[in-house]
Design a protein around this ligand. Structure first.
Ligand code: NAP
Length: 479
């Protein structure tokens, strides 16, 4: 397989096209140029939408068995070229090669589950005779595709989060236009290549690379787009919601996930899981562990073990098998995180380890005594920084966890089933992991948040509900 290297094209309604205006794609490790992609214009975006109108008709006519076959062939292609996909994720983004391989494995799973769920897009019969006067009616509803979906995706999982939109869209019989994050467009283009190889009819899928500031509004506001499926930050999510108008919206937004560690927890397990959850993908993970509430009695021991394990993290070359953590997505982001940590320390927080930056690399950082009045205490850090809090009891931990704009996932470590259920009932999140960190997900589970963390759910079966509409059919019979 040809690896994408320089002067890439984008995938416009089934054609690979070039443009004069280019966007540099850089490796965050040293800002070196990997390649360029075309900067899509508003005209390109309008053309993608026009072609997708035809694509939506074509997609809706593809029989289910063929949709299943296409999705499985795309998954097979990625499996056959797994290392190329992983290397691209690791080069254009922040992930280490080991993290990137996991993302490719999950992308294959996402496409295979999409293929399976395609056969389960079902309706049901409706007992119309429940209403007086309707005794002579029979009927049912089934689900039909909604048309054209605009998918806008972030940089941190540049392949699998795109697959989470493209897989169910195709399974449902829709056309889809993807606008990947400008900093990581290459993995999304490689996904388009997989679907081209799989025989997806032209016009059903476009992957257009371009700046949100130039083409975002066209995609979001266009009346022929029936759904905007967005994954990204809260502020962009709010902007899109304001502009989108009358169309379906799915919002997978950020968080600053809490984990609670109670006195009876398996501490070794809790430390291992929360360290990994805090520093996976250099902390640029919507499920990443940001706040850990530890019951008084085990606070010192947990803190000691946590810092010790963090200090063993190997930061460096993303393509080395031995590296645990790579750089942040760019130096600007690393400087932002550095500023937030410095602000917290200036206001009285205690830095337990890390706090150092070199270019885009920010060392795994652990803080405690972080005062409420600093940015780190309430915002999503989206970097390798975690805050430890000492709490007197479970209720305080829950209260502190909830005192926040976000609510994606949470974790709790305890052996007490009553306490676990107490937390399950009271924590304001879309998912809660018992004896695990917030950073746990399989691709087939309902995934999404409450409050500022989102609207709707992904996880193929659930995305399929959002990407289809029920249509009622009712036969009026002669008495
Ligand atoms: P971002 O800045 O919000 O950008 C995400 C995508 O939205 C990019 O493609 C961006 O394009 C585009 N965009 C930005 N503003 C837009 C607008 N006004 N209209 C239309 N499109 C717009 O997020 P990011 O920095 O790439 O990703 C990090 C965020 O994503 C974090 O908050 C993270 O928690 C969240 N996230 C959530 C999930 C989840 O499933 N809940 C998963 C992963 C990440 P440009 O690149 O051209 O600016």
């Amino acid at each position: 397989m040809k690896t994408l290297t320089k002067g890439e094209k984008f995938f416009l309604a089934g054609q690979w096209v070039e443009r004069d205006r280019l966007i540099d794609v850089r490796d965050p490790k040293d800002d070196s140029l990997i390649t360029t992609v075309p900067a899509a214009s508003i005209e390109d975006t309008l053309f993608a939408i026009e072609e997708a109108k035809k694509g939506a008709k074509i997609a809706a006519e593809i029989p289910t068995h063929e949709r299943i076959a296409i999705l499985n062939r795309a998954a097979d292609w990625i499996l056959d070229n797994k290392e190329e996909y992983a290397t691209m994720i690791a080069r254009e983004g922040s992930k280490t090669i080991r993290e990137a391989r996991k993302e490719v494995t999950r992308c294959i799973e996402t496409l295979r589950v999409s293929a399976e769920e395609a056969r389960r897009i079902q309706g049901e019969t409706i007992p119309f005779d429940q209403m007086q006067g309707s005794e002579n009616r029979v009927g049912y509803y089934y689900r039909f595709p909604i048309g054209i979906i605009a998918a806008i995706t972030p940089f941190n999982d540049p392949l699998n989060l795109v697959a989470h939109k493209v897989g169910p869209a195709i399974a449902a019989g829709n056309a889809i236009i993807v606008k990947p994050a400008t900093v990581t467009p290459l993995s999304a283009l490689m996904l388009a290549k997989a679907f081209e190889k799989a025989g997806l009819p032209a016009k059903v899928l476009s992957v257009i690379t371009g700046y949100a500031s130039e083409i975002g509004d066209t995609l979001v506001t266009h009346p022929d787009i029936r759904m905007v499926s967005f994954t990204g930050g809260l502020s962009a999510g709010k902007e899109i919601l304001k502009k989108a108008g009358l169309k379906k919206i799915s919002m997978e937004l950020g968080s600053n996930s809490p984990v609670i560690v109670l006195n009876d927890a398996e501490l070794e397990e809790a430390v291992e899981s929360t360290v990994s959850g805090a520093f996976w993908a250099a902390g640029q993970n919507c499920l990443g562990v940001q706040r850990i509430y530890i019951e008084d009695q085990v606070f010192e021991e947990f803190q000691g073990k946590f810092v010790n394990q963090t200090l063993q993290y190997r930061v460096g070359d993303k393509l080395s098998e031995f590296t645990d953590m790579g750089p942040m997505i760019n130096e600007k982001e690393a400087i932002r995180v550095e500023n937030w940590v410095n602000e917290a320390v200036a206001k009285g927080a205690k830095l337990l380890c890390g706090g150092k930056r070199e270019g885009a690399f920010y060392m795994p950082t652990v803080l405690t005594d972080v005062p409420e009045n600093c940015t780190l205490a309430s915002e999503e850090v989206f970097g390798p920084v975690v805050t430890l809090y000492r709490v007197p009891d479970l209720n305080t931990a829950i209260c502190e966890s909830n005192r926040n704009e976000y609510g994606l996932q949470a974790g709790i470590f305890t052996k007490d089933i009553e306490k676990a259920f107490h937390a399950i009932r009271r924590m304001e999140v879309g998912g809660i992991m018992i004896n695990d960190s917030s950073d746990y997900r399989i691709d087939a589970m309902p995934f999404g948040g409450v409050k500022g963390s989102g609207l709707g759910r992904e996880g193929i079966k659930f995305a399929l509900q959002e990407m289809t509409e029920p249509k009622v059919v009712c036969f009026k019979l002669k008495k």
